[in-house]
Design a protein around this ligand. Structure first.
Ligand code: CA2
Length: 144
């Protein structure tokens, strides 16, 4: 069981600025949490973060060619703009869960659209880093 966790633009800045929205924990802390969660569940997990839309598309395609069983994706701001990421998730046909650290439904109007959502088997939002673990369990629930 191989899961790929993909994070979009500025997620590498977590914990550095705006702790009132995203908390004080860093991207490195997220990886430690997910490594531990994956170990407890006996699954392999790999991580990827990019600030570039096309690079994120490339990574989704790599997930297909490298035989990943599931994808957890926080497309960050590209959630609200990117048809390319929607098409990429659709094209690979790998079960994918969308995650947002914050509850985007209570934030600005421009965050109310998610292009990628329709291509995903589920969405977890507003649960901080724990949302990624919940996404892992959603994927495993569908696989086991
Ligand atoms: O809540 C989420 O996980 C988001 O995907 C985070 C994105 C935002 O654009 C989405 O609307 C919701 C932002 C990623 C992190 O951005 C930072 C901004 C300031 C300081 C640190 C990180």
């Amino acid at each position: 069981m191989k899961i790929l966790v993909i994070n979009g633009p500025n997620i590498n800045m977590l914990g550095i600025r705006e702790p009132e929205i995203y908390g004080k924990a860093t991207y490195g802390d997220l990886l430690v949490l997910l490594e531990a969660a994956a170990g407890q569940r006996n699954v392999e997990v790999d991580f990827f973060q990019s600030n570039h839309e096309g690079t994120l598309v490339d990574e989704i395609q790599r997930a297909y060619f490298d035989g990943y069983d599931g994808i957890i994706i926080n497309p960050a701001a590209y959630t609200h703009t990117s048809i390319a990421l929607f098409d990429a998730v659709k094209s690979v046909g790998i079960p994918t869960v969308e995650v947002h650290i914050s509850d985007v439904t209570t934030r600005e109007e421009f965050r109310q659209v998610s292009y990628v959502r329709e291509a995903c088997i589920g969405t977890v939002m507003g649960k901080g880093f724990d949302g990624y673990v919940e996404a892992m369990d959603l994927l495993l629930g569908g696989m086991r």
